[in-house]
Design a protein. Sequence first.
Length: 264
Amino acid sequence: MKILVTVKEVAEIADDVEIEGTEIAESALQYDLNEWDDYAIEAAVQLAEAGDDVEVVTATIGPERSEETIRMALAKGADRAVRIWDEALEGEGLLDVRVRASLLAAVVEAESPDLVLTGVQSADDANAATGVALAEAVDYAWSAVVNDLELQEGGESVAVHRELEGGVEELADVSVPAVLTIQTGINEPRYASLRGIRQAQSKPMDVQNLAELGLEAADVAGALTTTDLYEPETESEAVRWEGDASETAGQLADLLRDVGVVEG
């Protein structure tokens, strides 16, 4: 059995934001593994540990810088990785859901996995759409916002629990091959051990460009363009007082009277 996990490197913005044109300055960014994808990796590794002859492959769209993040996924138990990058992608800038789904679909077609696990969403764009769009692109069955899963005997279907609105949970059997988008809380992602980190350095990482995926630059021309980027103006200020309750209660009362929340 083969499980493909899509992995995204996301940027966290420092307290002091620096904007250069329509992008945040690289000096203000720190990169890490997307939180939702971390749970997807753990779900895949647990399935591999519970079964026989299960291979876990990760797929990432990202420049060379992202290899450090990918190695962390390998250190947690994935067997090998595929990294997609091309000069056309670097020039494209913002990659929309359709483009990401097209790139990952090419990897799915090449790898023919039984299961594809993605995070429900990414911490940067938060579209929560790539997994379902990927399923449509490769004509796989799918289930979104999965917070529990169990591979059925024979491996022909997966029993899943889905988190719906209003606290409702749906139980369903999904035929394999399938794409599942994984919700946080489905498991407890493991830390990468020192041994795992060392082993990750020797695990295969295949870097593929558009031509190797059977795609052209026109296939990754996105429909989204960043036209402006700016820091929003602050309309109010926060007031903080130091001290215990007896010292700050009076100051709070004075403030509430000054702004008209309470009288007298």
